[in-house]
Design a protein around this ligand. Sequence first.
Ligand code: ACO
Length: 376
Amino acid sequence: MEMPTYRPGLEGVIATTTSVSYLDVDIEQILVRGYDLIELARELKYSDVAYLVIYGNLPNSSQSEEFAKELTSKAEIPEELYRLFELMPKNTSVMDALRTGVSFLSGYESPDRLGNNSYDTNLERGINLLAKVPTIAVSAYRVLHGLSVVRPNPNIGYSENFLYMITGILPDAESTDAFDKIHTCYIEHEMPNSTFAARVIASTLSDMYGAVTGAVASLKGPLHGGANEAAIKMVLEILTDGGPDKAEAYTMNKLKRRERIMGFGHRVYMKKYDPRALFLRDYIPRLADNIPNGMQISDIYKKVEYVMNREKGLYPNTDYPIGILYYMLGIPIPLYTPIFLCSRMAGLAAHVLEQHDDNRLFRPRVIYNGRRGLTI
Ligand code: ACO
């Protein structure tokens, strides 16, 4: 009998067909609905790219305006959710609160409707989740940290409102623009673990809430979305340990101990620069003046990048610059990975729509290496 091929971590395995996005490694391009993601980030606002990801086509100007309004008008969350955050143990991480919050929303649909995975129902659900996850994440953060809630403002744009809910202050145009571009860079990325998790769950014909809840749990892991928080913590550790001059020794010590440097390496483009990181790293010196040690942080970024490339031939993935940029935007660290999820919500909705549109249950096999023939 021919032995089936086993690929640890499913490396190189084709899991599905999709028209949402593709990592075209040969030309170092992230293709999203036919467009280069970096061009989309450079030229368009997040809500327009979210429309493209979900509907498959770019919006015209009235669709763009309507969709942006739809997102902010649906951003408010049920009162019970604010109460739920009050009841949560204070040690709850924002990512776990977000996971619970997404799951909680399913209770606002009747059992009959919840079982309806038609395109139109899923579309409405996906847009509703896209609009609400920022409010869930930020409100959970504020309540868990003893701060008063800042309700979403339906009269301002998506990214402006996102930053406003975090700080309680209307952000300046430069910060809003940088945040919006980072958000677009995170919007969709083919078949990372979280998207795969969502599709696997959706393939049982479970609903979008369940699929997204699973994706939140997946994204939390430090080998995935959690790397943006880990990356800034590392940079801050270097800063307090002596600054840029200590960056090389710090990195070398970690490598000697065979520890991972968070924000480096990637399953698909392991030995290439993540195009999103390449685009976003230019924003680091631009935002450096926002914080007291900005230039030192920028120098640490470059130094670690240089050492990692020299020693391991590895490049930053998008979590490395983004961890630093969020810090420069004054965003509290526990929100970094939840914000990633909020951006990725557009991609997750598109993938669940696609999965339910042409479903086949995911159910792989194993190579058994356990014992046989035991009797009691
Ligand atoms: N630091 C040090 N060494 C690394 C790193 C890293 N960040 N990433 C990979 N390597 C090395 C491994 O030690 C291994 O070397 P070896 O063959 O000498 O043992 C080799 O590169 C291959 O690594 P694997 O773990 O087998 O690669 P895999 O594809 O399974 O992992 C991953 C990819 C998880 C992203 C890995 O690069 C990593 O742990 N990076 C750090 C975490 C991170 O930044 N995650 C964010 C990913 S992007 C995203 O989610 C937005």
